[in-house]
Design a protein around this ligand. Structure first.
Ligand code: HEM
Length: 121
């Protein structure tokens, strides 16, 4: 694999990211600690934005059109524990869909850097 290939391409592009995000939200909505945060949310819009967001983080040719991370999570009182669970499910969804370990770690590192914008706002 050439070094210049993005994570987005190496995992299989749009279809692969969609599979990961769908699997990710199945896990999130199944978790009784997390589900209440998502009550009354437009799940289709959330899914569409998450596909864009993960694609952009993975270096894909996709621009993210949602709110910035701080604004998107403001006023929700998201705890460190909830953040940890969400990050865990993202990792599981990536691995479950065949994403190589190095790429899983790169995505989780990028997402982990967002914790100050998501937690406690
Ligand atoms: C792991 C890091 C996270 C990332 C990368 C992330 C990413 C996103 C993205 C891209 C959106 C869409 C924003 C928009 O539509 O404008 C969103 C919305 C949302 N996120 Fe997160 N999120 C993370 C963690 C969390 C956690 C830990 C929770 C709660 C436990 C959470 C709850 C929500 C909710 C409820 C929305 C919907 C907001 C709305 O539509 O009003 N997120 N997130």
């Amino acid at each position: 694999m050439p070094d210049s290939q993005s994570i987005y391409d190496s995992v299989g592009g749009r279809e692969a990211v969609e599979a990961v995000v769908s699997d990710f939200y199945d896990r999130v909505f199944d978790d009784p600690v997390l589900e209440p945060y998502f009550e009354g949310i437009d799940r289709e819009a959330l899914y569409a934005h998450q596909v864009q967001f993960i694609s952009a983080v993975a270096g894909g040719p996709v621009s993210y059109e949602g709110a910035d991370m701080r604004a998107a999570h403001e006023g929700m009182g998201i705890t460190e524990e909830a953040f940890g669970r969400v990050a865990t499910y993202l990792g599981e969804a990536l691995r479950e869909n065949g994403v190589a370990e190095g790429n899983v770690e790169a995505v989780l590192e990028a997402v982990g850097a967002l914790e100050p914008d998501v937690v406690g706002q």
